[in-house]
Design a protein around this ligand. Structure first.
Ligand code: ADP
Ligand code: MG
Length: 294
């Protein structure tokens, strides 16, 4: 039987109260034109242990969606249930945030102290976790992101990828069930991104539910399921295979088609009988097999 959803959106819409350019000027709110729906009737569910990737153009609503999962935002219409709890109930916000932790784009903006271990301890300290437990949690969280040897360092001296892994450890120290990452690799080089990808993969393998917002197709390809957002709606969803093989639809949505799919397409046009493989490794295997059989 299907497990109950760990994240559930039912007909969720969200409209920012002000248009973006004057969101800091409260005085003129009354005259401000209504902003478009940032989320427009979104329904989805995520199962425990699933790895979901959310892709889509800038402004398509990905961050707004992510912030609904841990009650940073609550729906203008509709309902969000995170670990079965209604995010609109102000009394549940604290509990919801301890179940669903979020990592943002800019690691520097998420660092609060000048020692890595203290930074990781910050979350559980706020949850009033007993000191001995905090020590254990900091240790195991840093271990999960392979940053143990940096525990005493100053985060300012780390690379972007290392900083981002410390941010992930900070979230893990709260022992969440859900890890939400909003474009964690956007400010990193490819090496930094690879490190994050590996850590996220391992966490998911050990049972963590992951929601990864990304504009890197290769990251979305390793998810169990992909949501493509456009204008606040989920325009396309399915397994990476189902989504990325819809080349025409992706082009309509002005989304990049992954290289391995384009290569498979080009080979098919030249009469090579390769299927629409998604992952480069699978395409490579298939080509090797064809070569051996020819
Ligand atoms: N603070 C804000 N105030 C007003 N409008 C916003 C604000 N943040 C985002 N928006 C608008 O909401 C829509 C969705 O934005 P966002 O969720 O940030 O998209 P994405 O993360 O996919 O780039 C966009 O039209 C954006 O301009
Ligand atoms: Mg965003």
């Amino acid at each position: 039987m299907l497990q109950p959803a760990i994240i559930e959106f039912r007909d969720v819409s969200y409209r920012y109260k002000t248009v973006e350019h004057n969101r800091h000027t409260k005085a003129d709110n009354e005259q401000a034109p209504a902003s478009p729906m940032a989320l427009d009737d979104v329904s989805l569910d995520v199962r425990p242990g699933e790895f979901v990737a959310v892709i889509g153009h800038n402004g398509s609503g990905k961050s707004t969606l992510a912030k609904h999962i841990n009650a940073l935002f609550t729906p203008s219409q509709g309902t969000v249930l995170t670990v079965g709890l209604d995010t609109s109930d102000p009394e549940l916000v604290f509990t919801i945030r301890s179940h669903a932790g979020m990592v943002f784009q800019n690691p520097d903006a998420q660092m609060v102290t000048s020692i890595v271990a203290d930074d990781v301890a910050f979350g559980p300290e706020n949850l009033a976790v007993p000191h001995e437990q905090i020590v254990t949690r900091v240790d195991s969280s840093l271990d999960s992101v392979k940053m143990n040897e940096f525990a005493d360092r100053n985060p300012a001296h780390l690379s972007g990828g290392q900083k981002q892994r410390v941010c992930i450890a900070g979230v893990l120290a709260m022992q969440p069930d859900i890890l939400i990452l909003d474009e964690p690799g956007a400010m990193l080089d490819s090496r930094g991104r690879r490190g994050i990808r590996r850590v996220v993969r391992e966490l998911n393998d050990s049972g963590m539910t992951v929601v990864l917002i990304t504009h890197f197709m290769e990251e979305a390809m390793s998810a169990d399921r992909v949501f493509v957002m456009a204008s606040g709606r989920i325009a396309l969803q399915g397994t990476p295979m189902e989504v990325f093989c819809q080349k025409e639809r992706l082009r309509e949505l002005k989304m990049e088609v992954p290289f391995s799919i384009l290569l498979a397409e080009a080979l098919q046009q030249r009469g090579v009988a390769v299927p629409n493989m998604v992952k480069p490794s699978e395409l490579k295997e298939e080509l090797c097999r064809l070569r051996l059989n020819s």
